[in-house]
Ligand binder design. Structure first.
Ligand code: COA
Length: 179
């Protein structure tokens, strides 16, 4: 059974491990590199947690297996200035490679949307132009491209927006049947 819940500060090492694995998969020297990256990610998460709260949340998808729990998905949301106004901005959506294509990414997105739609009219995120899996997911969930740009590393990136007005994207009972 996979539960979606808000992270606590004690979850951050697990989130960093998941994000590092999701964005830097691979074995050999890449696994060694990943352990360094993971430390940086954990520090960034702690910084955002301390600096941005109460306008920062990290949501988790947690799989309970008897005595242990495994973090299989996560996503962060914070306020960020977009076109001169503070807007909810989603980042670091990550699903463990062994648990993909089971609707977890979509559940995380819909949970974030449901948590915001009473207060905010829209939700933004960036995706790399080459990230086809994520683009498919966001398109299916109703996001649209509003701007194109480049990262610091000169990779093409897209700014996506979803309107939350009049949108009640899920009911909890429907959500629990997705996985
Ligand atoms: C992108 C990511 C979060 C998707 O998570 P997921 O749990 O596998 O996504 P879901 O199962 O909810 O997929 C929902 C829909 O999105 C689309 N989709 C998801 N992954 C896809 C893929 N690899 N190829 C094509 N379409 C895909 C499909 O339409 C899918 O519906 P379907 O399975 O019924 O066809 C996951 O692949 C991931 O963690 N990738 C690495 C990190 C990353 O790129 N994050 C996004 C940063 S912007």
């Amino acid at each position: 059974m996979i539960e979606i819940r808000l992270a606590e500060i004690t979850d951050l090492p697990k989130v960093a491990q998941l994000v590092a694995l999701s964005f830097h998969p691979g074995g050999g020297w890449q696994a060694l590199w990943r352990s360094f990256v993971q430390l940086g990610i954990e520090q960034d998460l702690r910084d955002r947690w301390q600096r941005e709260r109460p306008h920062y949340h990290c949501w988790l998808a947690v799989l309970s297996t008897g005595r242990s729990t495994l973090c299989v998905g996560s996503v962060e949301v914070q306020l960020r200035e977009i076109k001169g106004k503070p807007k909810p901005y989603l980042s670091n959506l990550a699903v463990h490679p062994d648990y993909r294509r089971r609707g977890i990414g979509r559940r995380l997105l819909h949970t974030v949307e449901a948590s915001l739609c009473a207060t905010y009219s829209d939700l933004y995120l960036h995706v790399l132009a080459q990230n086809e899996a994520a683009q498919q997911l966001y398109a299916r969930c109703g996001f649209e491209v509003v701007e194109e740009g480049f990262t610091f590393w000169r990779e093409r990136k897209l700014l996506l927006r979803k309107s939350l007005v009049g949108d009640r994207p899920y009911s909890p009972s429907a959500m629990s049947s997705w996985v």
